[in-house]
Design a protein. Structure first.
Length: 103
């Protein structure tokens, strides 16, 4: 299991996002969370994460998470009157041990 944090600037409404990693397969289980984020103040120090996560007033949701070969595609929906910076945490898990058909 690995988790990556992806900073996405100035998003509003429904936005298609894509994350690439060689360990992602169509059978991967992917969990993604999204939070409002502050602006990056020193872009050269991004690896040290020079931004914070905010518990703001906007509703931010993750939708339609779809893993593929080396990529996961998903939507982030930012329900706010102005564009916001968003941080997503993308966790790649093992494939399911069993698939069950529901009724």
């Amino acid at each position: 299991m690995k988790t990556f944090r992806m900073w996405v600037p100035k998003r509003q409404g429904r936005c298609a996002l894509h994350f690439h990693d060689t360990e992602i397969t169509p059978n991967s289980v992917i969990h993604i969370s999204a939070s409002e984020a502050t602006a990056i103040t020193h872009p050269q120090s991004f690896s040290g994460q020079s931004f914070g996560l905010n518990f703001g007033g906007a509703s931010i949701t993750v939708q339609n998470v779809t893993p593929g070969n080396g990529v996961v595609d998903f939507y982030v929906f930012v329900d706010f009157h102005a564009p916001l910076n968003v941080a997503t945490d993308i966790t790649i898990l093992d494939p399911p041990v069993q698939v069950i058909i529901g009724t």
